[in-house]
Design a protein around this ligand. Structure first.
Ligand code: CMC
Length: 422
């Protein structure tokens, strides 16, 4: 059987045969038969918007791979910086490459003192850390005007390193500003995640003692968050980048998308939901409210995963390792009961709603001492290499500016009435 689709325009009798390539048909070939007719797909759920060699995701089978490597093996065997190298430099690093990459990152991790004084200090004390971070990333564009040379691969490489390096520094500073603690400068002797924990939690002059179990768990969570192909924020990065905006405003736009509770903001929303449920006995009432459409079960459901989210399974296992160190998070019982009730209920089963990565990650972050406002900030640190890998890939391709069409539903042509008769 031919691997193609034949379409006939019944208005003209014209026919076109379009080949099926890697599970897609070319909308441009299709539209050559249908001039002036657009594909109606507002949430892009039936649209492939990119050719990408970065991440493979099979939602039905629950598979996730970065450049061909299964997420389970990466989570078990690699660090976040190795995965970041894999994403933005195409390969897992050798020992020598990793050393060089760690030095580049350490060198680029400080942020300008003016940035602390003039930008971070300008926010209200109660400003949400994610709002501060999104604005801070955009503000970096004014410190690095050369970053506008986006057609130069060397420049893109430098900005990519800078953004991955500075993200934890900005994130920790956003937190310390909100709690009135002095900023901690990065320590080049520490690995990426230990350095972030130290910048977050260090008090006084003595070095911050990093617990290796907690450091490894957080590092692994960064690995799990590092990329997820054409999710809302990555698509945002590709769309904004397609206008040739600089990488700082591009990543700020992506982080803005991530902030939403349907996307990366879900980890914070899950924690707030668990705190609101508060008692084991309130779970059934809460689930009843979800089924009548009053509420959403945050941390459940996914556009692509319809059997399970492979990341959620790893996060759930990690939670137990973390709780052995930090003590049990009392909200875990409520989360486990919610999961048990939902997975046995036809409402969730019929709609193929399963826990996603955000369902258990917040419990881990909370037990490690992160305030709830920092949860999506942690997701941002993890996702930064993914956004930048897609941005660079898109600019390396023969990309055109992203510019979809619309179905117009407004009034027909009419005359402007004078102001006194409106
Ligand atoms: N709780 C209750 N019902 C839900 C939920 C949920 N969390 N998610 C989807 N549904 C229902 C939805 O109401 C719809 O029901 P019906 O067919 O009766 O109208 C059906 O399931 C299909 O949902 P949908 O809205 O078509 O699904 P979507 O693919 O457009 O949305 C989602 C995906 C992740 C935005 C959504 O499931 C959701 O809002 N989940 C809660 C937020 C969340 O946990 N987000 C994190 C996603 S994973 C991390 C990341 O990548 O950001």
């Amino acid at each position: 059987m031919a691997d193609s689709i034949t379409i006939t325009n019944n208005r003209t009798g014209e026919t076109i045969e379009i080949p099926l390539v890697d599970g897609t048909v070319s909308a441009r070939s299709w539209s050559s038969l249908l001039p002036g007719i657009w594909f109606d797909d507002p949430s892009f759920s039936a649209t492939s918007g990119a050719d990408s060699a970065i991440t493979y995701l099979d939602g039905e089978a629950g598979l996730l791979r970065y450049r061909g490597y299964p997420i389970e093996q990466l989570a078990e065997q690699t660090t976040f910086l190795e995965v970041a190298h894999l994403l933005v430099r195409d390969k897992l690093p050798t020992v020598t490459q990793l050393k060089a990459w760690q030095s580049e990152i350490a060198e680029a991790s400080p942020i300008h003192e003016n940035f602390h004084k003039r930008i971070l200090e300008g926010f209200r004390d109660d400003a949400h850390a994610m709002g501060v971070l999104v604005s801070s990333i955009a503000a970096m564009s004014t410190f690095w005007p050369d970053s506008k040379d986006i057609e130069n691969p060397e420049q893109r490489r430098d900005e990519t390193t800078r953004l991955i390096a500075k993200m934890p520094t900005m994130a920790a500073s956003a937190h310390r500003r909100s709690v009135g603690l002095p900023y901690v400068f990065p320590d080049p002797e520490l690995d990426y995640t230990s350095n972030f924990l130290s910048m977050m939690f260090k008090l006084g002059d003595s070095p911050y003692e990093v617990d290796p179990v907690l450091r490894d768990a957080l590092d692994m969570l960064f690995v799990l968050h590092a990329d997820h192909e054409q999710n809302c924020s990555t698509t945002t990065a590709r769309v904004v980048g397609s206008a040739h905006a600089d990488p700082y405003v591009t990543v700020a736009a992506a982080a803005g998308a991530l902030y939403g509770p349907r996307h990366g903001g879900a980890n914070e929303a899950v924690l707030r939901m668990l705190e609101e449920i508060a008692e084991f006995d309130n779970v059934d009432d809460f689930i009843a409210g979800v089924k009548t459409g009053d509420r959403k079960l945050m941390g459940f459901g996914h556009r692509v995963y319809k059997n399970y989210d492979p990341r959620a399974r790893i996060v759930k296992d990690t939670a137990h390792r973390v709780f052995d160190v930090t003590g049990m998070n009392p909200l875990l019982d409520i989360a486990l009961k919610l999961e048990e009730v939902a997975l046995a209920d036809p409402y969730f089963v019929d709609r193929k709603l399963y826990p996603n990565i955000d369902f258990y990650s917040g419990l881990i972050y909370q037990s490690m001492g992160f305030p709830v406002e920092m949860f999506t900030v942690l997701f941002t640190i993890g996702r930064t290499p993914g956004w930048l890998a897609h941005w660079d890939e898109m600019l390396s391709q023969d990309s055109r500016i992203a510019r979809p069409r619309q179905r117009y539903t407004g009034p027909a042509d009419r005359d402007v009435p004078s102001i006194d008769v409106r």
